[in-house]
Design a binder for this molecule. Structure first.
Ligand code: ADP
Length: 199
């Protein structure tokens, strides 16, 4: 089974991808995680400004990775443009579109903190850590992602609406779009997804 996750930054793609990967036992491929692990300063610069890495680079990276996956995948953060979607047309996929308002995105991202060590995610109001700045799970240090600063969030949303939102109509036309309201808790959203799979 191939699953593509589509939605604004902060719509919960990463969180649901983890859950789906465990449930269906297929790999979670997050282009954001792959890029954040890059040591190339040019890439880090693009990320910290909330811009997109070029289509050519992203397509090459993802195609190489998908060629290795024989039993399906969960793609999180790709495609983000029509050109990227065209590039993986040969992989029939279900597309889960996480629907959410910009205001909620801004709240989620600005209050998000991530563990430097085990990558666990917190929200300062909805899922606060027991001790400020310390991970409940591993004791690692909690930090704010560079691109979760307010100005960068605004830029990510602007680019999302310009470049990525057209993919909603693209996949709807193809008949592969499944819309999931994504304003609830992670558990509620996951239940909605499973229900749409008939599970
Ligand atoms: P979010 O969905 O919360 O914005 P991601 O972790 O998916 O975060 O991506 C972080 C950043 O990585 C993006 O803002 C962008 O700079 C870069 N990136 C990830 N995937 C792509 C892609 N498919 N095309 C271009 N840039 C990408």
């Amino acid at each position: 089974m191939n699953i593509i996750l589509l939605g604004a930054p902060g719509s919960g793609k990463g969180t649901q991808a983890e859950k789906l990967a465990k449930y269906f036992d297929i790999p979670h491929i997050s282009t954001g995680d792959i890029l954040r692990n890059s040591t190339d300063p040019r890439i880090q610069n693009i990320l910290s400004e909330g811009k997109f890495v070029s289509d050519d680079e992203m397509i090459e990276l993802v195609k190489k990775r998908l060629a290795k996956e024989k039993n399906g995948f969960i793609l999180d953060g790709f495609p983000r443009t029509i050109a990227q979607a065209d590039a993986i047309k040969s992989y029939p996929s279900k597309v889960l579109y996480f629907k959410i308002d910009d205001e909620l995105v801004k709240n989620r991202l600005s209050l998000r903190r991530t563990c430097n060590s085990c990558k666990a995610i917190y929200h300062l109001e909805n899922k606060p850590p027991l001790h400020e700045s310390k991970c409940d799970l591993c004791g690692g240090i909690l930090t704010q992602r560079q691109d979760d600063k307010d100005v960068v969030i605004a830029e990510r949303l602007r680019i999302y609406h310009e470049k990525t939102a057209p993919l909603i109509a693209y996949y709807a036309k193809e008949g592969s779009l499944v819309e999931i309201p994504s304003d609830g808790t992670p558990e509620e959203t996951f239940k909605k997804i499973l229900a749409r799979f008939g599970l």
